[in-house]
Write a new protein. Structure first.
Length: 493
């Protein structure tokens, strides 16, 4: 059975989503989703440990060897991504039980879990496949289900946010499929390893740089890189809390993985960064995103929107590390995929607890919650410390490696930007802390407000604890990230 784990990683959730749609009972659908996500998590961990001990795993679907058949290929980088997606998916599902009952129409309960597992399947498929057209197929599966999940939000603006995401996502997907088509025309293959071997032979033809340009724009849209980020703030703000926690922690991370896979593995470092000079584009966009989105976050009144703009800044940190094209910089970018998933998942889940009790996440509505919801607000503060980059949290590990990478290349202005934007994160996190702990609960509001139920608190605190654990002992994650970075750069371990 173990040799079939790569395909089971995708097949089990795909079949489970169909079962959720058939049962039409929200509680049963939730149980199916719970069993599915945790099974996928166990499979992902098994694949990660196997890759660490045995090397790259290749699985030929239907017994057709690559490049003629579809190949699932697992190396250290995408095994790490599989663990991130399945870990977040597994933690969000227990949280979703009560959160979804509160925020989603009860008649849509089973459909919610159907779309959730489909989105989960798509993200896993993107990570595990070794075929570029399959990347596009799974990207569309995850995107289409994400549009449906966002549209299930309580506010009517969720429909507008979903439609805006749909339009931007369709444009991004079109650019990606055109890029893939151009590569196929020039090479006659869709297998990633085969493409990597054939592209150097034809890269002098201008079709390959055009394909590179289309893919750059399409992937940047999917990962919400400034200035192609306009779909993200509304999508995160108006989606149900469980959806925001899941998508914010996984979707953009998988998109960053796609960027790494295309530009480091398929096109190759020499073409992407020596000929096409991709880092000259990525570096300024990353710095602008880090600074401008942190600044915009400071002035937001809706805390989910504040965290959405914060996520755009964090995406900038990931791209900044990638644009360094060094072991330390790439390590910073890859490890921040994991670290940001933990901290931002915890923040959005804490806000989901607040939404469950008071029905709002506006700063003005959170007055005095530090006393009335102490565990929820403590979780928010703990994850917020990680977002700032306080020592002993995962956020510190990411920024430490980013600063080291910048210093290696004598990029002192970049170091200054990282430090200044960390202080800006203090400002917007403090705005929430000040209202929650130093303002009195409004006297005119007679509604009793108490702590969130354990079903919401426990998953939230699991991510908060993870943020501190891997901030204190980061040896496991940094070892994987550094090994993956060296592999992408073609440097021996």
């Amino acid at each position: 059975m173990t040799q079939h784990l790569p395909v089971l990683q995708v097949a089990i959730p795909l079949l489970a989503s169909a079962v959720c749609a058939i049962v039409r009972n929200a509680r049963i659908a939730w149980l199916i989703a719970l069993a599915t996500t945790w099974t996928a998590f166990v499979i992902a961990l098994n694949l990660l440990f196997r890759v660490q001990s045995e090397g790259i795993i290749s699985y030929a679907l239907g017994g057709w060897a690559a490049p003629y058949g579809i190949e699932y290929r697992v190396d250290l980088l995408n095994a790490f991504i599989l663990v991130i997606v399945t870990a977040i998916g597994s933690v969000v599902i227990p949280f979703a039980l009560k959160s979804v009952e509160c925020e989603v129409d009860k008649s849509k309960g089973s459909l919610f879990y159907t779309a959730y597992i489909l989105c989960f399947t798509g993200l896993l498929g993107i990570a595990v496949t070794g075929d570029v057209f399959n990347v596009f197929v799974f990207l569309e599966i995850s995107s289409l289900s994400a549009y449906a999940l966002i549209a299930m939000g309580q506010d009517r603006k969720a429909l507008t946010a979903s439609f805006q995401y749909l339009i931007m996502g369709a444009v991004g997907a079109t650019f990606i499929v055109i890029g893939i088509g151009l590569m196929y025309v020039m090479t006659g293959t869709l297998n990633m390893a085969d493409l990597a071997a054939r592209i150097p032979e034809v890269r002098a033809n201008r079709t390959i740089p055009v394909a590179f340009g289309f893919l750059t724009v399409g992937i940047s849209l999917k990962l919400a890189l400034f200035p192609l980020h306009l779909w993200l703030p509304n999508a995160y703000t108006y989606a149900p809390s469980a959806v925001t926690a899941f998508i914010a922690s996984t979707a953009t991370k998988v998109a960053v993985y796609v960027l790494l896979r295309f530009f480091f593995t398929i096109f190759g470092i020499a073409f992407s960064f020596d000929i096409m000079q991709l880092h000259i584009v990525l570096l300024p966009l990353a710095l602008i995103a880090i600074f401008s989105m942190s600044l915009v976050a400071i002035f937001q009144q809706n805390v989910k929107r504040m965290m959405a703009y914060s996520s755009l800044a964090q995406i900038g940190y990931m791209i900044l590390g990638i644009s360094m094209v060094s072991v330390t910089g790439l390590t910073a970018g890859i490890i921040h995929l994991f670290n940001h998933a933990m901290m931002k998942g915890a923040l959005f889940m804490a806000l989901g607890c607040v939404m469950y009790r008071i029905g709002s996440v506006d700063i003005s509505a959170m007055r005095g919650l530090g006393k009335r919801m102490p565990w929820t607000m403590a979780a928010f503060v703990g994850a917020g410390l990680s977002l700032i980059g306080v020592p002993l949290t995962v956020g510190f590990i990411s920024k430490w490696y980013l600063i080291l990478g910048a210093l290696e290349q004598s990029w002192w202005p970049v170091v200054v930007v990282v430090l200044i934007t960390s202080l800006m994160a203090v400002v917007y996190i403090w705005r929430v802390v000040e209202v929650a702990y130093f303002k009195d609960y409004p006297d005119y509001d007679c509604k009793p407000v108490c702590e969130a139920p354990l079903g919401l608190l426990v998953p939230t605190w699991v991510l908060v604890a993870t943020s501190f654990y891997f901030g204190i002992d980061a040896s496991f994650t940094t070892k994987i990230a550094e090994a993956a970075a060296r592999t992408l750069l073609g440097i021996g371990l």
